[in-house]
Ligand binder design. Sequence first.
Ligand code: NAD
Ligand code: ZN
Length: 348
Amino acid sequence: MSIPKIQKAIVFDKNGGELQYKEIPVPQPEPNEILINVKYSGVCHTDLHAWKGDWPLATKLPLVGGHEGAGVVVAKGANVTNFEIGDYAGIKWLNASCLHCEFCLKGAESNCKEAVLSGYTHDGSFQQYATANAIHAAKIKPHADLAQIAPILCAGITVYKALKTSEAKPGEWVAITGAGGGLGSLAIQYARAMGLRVIGIDAGEPKKKLVGELGAEGFVDFTKSADLVKDVVTATNGGPHAVIHCAVAEKAVTQSTEYVRSTGTIVLVGLPHDAYVKSEIFSHVVKSINIKGSYVGSRLDTAEAIDFFERGLVKSNIKIVGLSDLPKVYQLMEKGEIVGRYVLDLSK
Ligand code: NAD
Ligand code: ZN
């Protein structure tokens, strides 16, 4: 397979700086890495946070973002035994971890202190050729729709893991905030496939429509509801047993401590800048509620989340645009105007 020396990428030199669409060298895989010719990459809100420098964790600079990359293996390092040239493979947020610490050993690989993050501490999938640690890279079956599977590689894995973390049982209610966005629209489908009843919380008619089509039984518009807590409690006959926060909003979390059902579980997934959880302690104790964080997923969560996709239980609601359109996608995302997920076609 002929691999070019130069490729197209989107690069920034400083947080919030210009998103440069330009030619850069194709990276060489390390002995434990594969080189993937990325065909499609989803754009996650995390990529926007990374570019803006929203979080108390520094990015590498200059940086190529992106961590929902689906493509074809075109080269591999000498130690790689689990991928062959021509296989489909996926780049995910967790590019590598040490595999021998306490957290890696117990399947909490994302909590590894040495975790390498695609599109954050390691150049990611907003380039035509990207490297990934072979042990952590996602396995994708031949003939898969690479544009469709791209959002599963972060959004899908993350919400699937968050739903497992909630310990909600079939027949119980789960509220999903940010339900019309990239993570939320997949969370509705994973929840339904797991036998849960869903109420979506987000804003505007297009998102309400999508949320309903995906199988949510209720929708509350957070920009219109005069009493969101009451509306959610009424729609779920006493409050949801679980809440999955895909919204990038501190207020949504505070509200959920009021509407979650007694003994229920709130799972924090969205990562708003400089935000805190506020829960009134008396009610928290008397209702005996739980608040947990959930951070992407392990290799096993990855394989399971992809299996749901391959069996047709979840599909991505995508709009495909070219790599050079990334700045426009960020503008729409900042305004909360994206319904589902934007996916970049790396050939454009
Ligand atoms: P997105 O922009 O596609 O969706 C966010 C949605 O939240 C939008 O539809 C928006 O309208 C909605 N929203 C905003 N304020 C709200 C409110 N008060 N109540 C209800 N909904 C509200 O973003 P995304 O790509 O789905 O990512 C969501 C968040 O999850 C980001 O902060 C991202 O960084 C984070 N994330 C976390 C993990 C993890 O492992 N924990 C993994 C991936 C992404
Ligand atoms: Zn992501």
